[in-house]
Design a protein around this ligand. Structure first.
Ligand SMILES: Nc1ncnc2c1ncn2[C@@H]1O[C@H](COP(=O)(O)OP(=O)(O)OP(=O)(O)O)[C@@H](O)[C@H]1O
Ligand SMILES: [Mg+2]
Length: 267
């Protein structure tokens, strides 16, 4: 069980840019959270604090009992796995197999367990035929899949996916949504940074909205898409089905219809 607790977080990069300011948030084990907001609003900077890739320049981040200021990524990554927005910043091994095995060896699993988990995860993510391939010979979306598989293989309590559906086609997005659902069923905390509003609306219970370094909304997708103020401030567009039901007056005050199935029920 790993709870994330962020208190008065500020992050200032060495060049002086303040990318996150005054963020307070707690995420319990098992929650499904999305993080949304415009380009450059601070989403990636915020979530990189949750496995210690970035350290607070003010305030604190606790991963379970561990203050991230006092622990290395190597320790924190056993609890919180972060899948990079850009797989080229994550992947470094010369074959898909080595990439999948690296984290498993690093967390101290024995050879047999490393092998069986590598084979299982490759099967699950459709990577078996690429195990001996250099990840740089794969297309962008498959490389993203390798990045995601290598983190999930370590079975951390919390999985953070930074823009997982960017650059993925319909089948890729479907596979990602299936993987998220499976993690949820296993009781993992899943945190998804995303511009993909149907994914935000249907696959998460709680949305954090970043705007110009600050956290300006923390609530359900239903409430978010009913808030004209937050939507206009951040240029977020609700899913098409939500816009449609709003236009024809099918929504309850302050809440939204989030899926075709829900729309069918209220009709
Ligand atoms: N390594 C860095 N050094 C200096 N400034 C940075 C660095 N990384 C990000 N920034 C700046 O910090 C701010 C927040 O960036 P961040 O990547 O966290 O935003 P984001 O919300 O994830 O954006 P996107 O939707 O484009 O991924 C931006 O102004 C960005 O230019
Ligand atoms: Mg980002």
């Amino acid at each position: 069980m790993t709870k994330i607790k962020v208190s008065n977080l500020q992050h200032k990069y060495p060049n002086g840019v303040i990318a996150v300011s005054n963020v307070n948030v707690e995420i319990e084990q098992g929650e499904q959270v999305s993080v949304v907001g415009q380009n450059g609003s601070g989403k990636t900077t915020l979530v990189k604090h949750w496995n210690g890739l970035l350290k607070p320049t003010q305030g604190n981040v606790f991963v379970g009992e561990l203050d991230t200021l006092d622990h290395s990524v190597n320790i924190l990554a056993r609890k919180v796995g972060y899948v990079f927005q850009n797989p080229n910043h994550q992947i470094f091994a010369a074959s898909v197999r080595d990439e999948l095995e690296f984290g498993l060896i690093n967390i101290g699993l024995d050879e047999e367990e490393v092998n069986s988990r590598t084979n299982r995860i490759a099967e699950e993510f459709g990577l078996v035929e690429y195990l001996e391939t250099n990840p740089y010979r794969l297309g962008f979306s498959l490389r993203k899949t390798v990045g995601m598989a290598s983190i999930i293989a370590m079975e951390p309590d919390v999985v953070v996916l930074d823009e997982p559906t960017t650059g993925q086609d319909y089948l890729g997005i479907k596979a990602i949504r299936t993987a998220i659902k499976k993690l949820k069923d296993q009781g993992k905390t899943v945190i998804v940074v995303s511009h993909d509003m149907p994914l935000v609306a249907e696959d998460t219970d709680r949305v954090l909205v970043m705007c110009d370094t600050e956290l300006i909304f923390d609530g359900t997708p239903s409430k978010l898409f009913a808030s004209k103020e937050i939507l206009s401030k951040t240029n977020l567009l609700p899913p098409q089905i939500t816009s449609f039901t709003q236009k024809v007056g099918l929504n309850i005050e302050g809440e939204s219809v989030l899926s075709v199935e829900e729309a069918e029920k209220v009709l």
